[in-house]
Design a binder for this molecule. Structure first.
Ligand code: AMP
Ligand code: MG
Length: 340
């Protein structure tokens, strides 16, 4: 089992190293950190008016953690997951997030499916007590994962009996958007947020140049597959190397294919989506991991506003043509430009 905290920490350390080597031109960047949502989060925020943005960010993170918690008995999500088929009125933010998730589920034909929680539990990813459920068990659990049966009317949600939701695939992207909202409302013009594997680059560095974000090479102990130059973008990665266990020589990871109930075997080790907002990046990086290169490249061709980097199991780096000028792959790696 690779501890997500460790990989998140490595990603954070990488990004921090690039930050300090590239742009430490002003003493006005304040740094902050927090462990929440089972991951290590850090940030640098340019504070022009000496506001305590770090405290504000911590509050946003705590509130979002509470909103999305599947285990706290006082959370709306817990109430929903134990509702036994009855309607539950939930926080407006949760209803809105669920509704946006269902749009992505529809768009990706269920590659993103917030109703796979029973499978995630069966594989032991919620507790760390990993096991390989046999096909019969997986099939029985899959019977309760049809997201099309979820009903939402304003803030009232009705799940079919035995269905349970989790927002693990979109939670940190959603949190990214909440943090960016908070920062822009507080007139922050430059910041780098690292919320686990989710990065957001707000504005430019103080000298006007882009933020440089490292893309991790899966299973490499922190080596980079390349570096991306960005401003005002979320850079969000889903990968089989972020959380997995090994049994009988087989690697079982945490991104589930809703068609089989088993970890997705799509020929990829990671997918990074570069998007205007965190939720889109987080939802699509998970979905694209499940869909594999070919199907997700086709989906990308039908979208205007995202770019993608896929790293295949064979170590090839494929990236969309919109990144031609802002992504530099590490030397010696095989690359392919994916065209519209
Ligand atoms: P991410 O790291 O954003 O790709 O999200 C992975 C997490 O989302 C897992 O740890 C599960 O909690 C949950 N999950 C796993 N597979 C799926 C899926 N196909 N759709 C939605 N959520 C998933
Ligand atoms: Mg995701």
């Amino acid at each position: 089992m690779v501890d997500l905290r460790k990989t998140s920490y490595i990603a954070a350390a990488l990004a921090a190293a690039m930050f300090f080597s590239g742009c430490r031109s002003s003493a006005e960047y304040v740094e902050g950190e927090m462990f929440a949502m089972d991951t290590y989060m850090t940030w640098e925020v340019l504070e022009e008016k000496q506001k305590s943005t770090s405290e504000g960010l911590k509050q946003v993170i705590s509130e979002t953690e509470q909103l999305l918690s599947v285990t706290r008995e006082d959370s709306d999500l817990y109430q929903l997951n134990t509702s036994a088929g009855h309607s539950v009125t939930v926080d407006a933010a949760l209803a809105e997030l669920l509704s946006r998730c269902l749009d992505f589920a529809e768009q990706t034909d269920g590659a993103l499916n917030p109703a796979l929680y029973p499978l995630v539990k069966a594989w032991g990813f919620t507790t760390g007590e990993h096991r390989v459920p046999v096909e019969e068990e997986r099939k029985a659990l899959l019977a309760y994962t049809d997201w099309r049966e979820i009903q939402i009317s304003e803030n009232t949600v009705t799940l079919p009996e035995s269905m349970e939701l989790d927002f693990g695939a979109v939670g940190k992207g959603y949190l990214t958007d909440q943090c960016v909202d908070y920062l822009t409302k507080n007139q922050v013009k430059s910041a780098l947020l690292r919320l686990g594997g989710n990065i957001y680059a707000l504005g430019s560095k103080t000298d006007g140049s882009d933020w440089r974000v490292g893309i991790e090479l899966p299973f490499s102990d922190g080596e980079l597959a390349g570096v991306l130059s960005v401003q005002n973008r979320a850079v969000i990665t889903s990968g089989n190397y972020q959380r997995y266990f090994e049994q009988d020589g087989h690697l079982y990871h945490h991104i589930i294919d809703g068609k089989t109930g088993a970890p997705a075997e799509s020929g990829l080790n990671s997918v990074t989506v570069i998007a205007h907002d965190g939720l889109t990046g987080d939802a699509l990086s998970t979905a694209y991991f499940v869909m594999g290169l070919e199907a997700s490249a086709e989906d990308w061709r039908n979208r205007e506003d995202i770019e993608v980097i896929w790293i295949t199991e064979n170590g090839k780096i494929c990236y969309t043509e919109g990144l031609a000028d802002c992504f530099t792959a590490a030397e010696g790696l095989e690359t392919e430009l994916i065209r519209r």
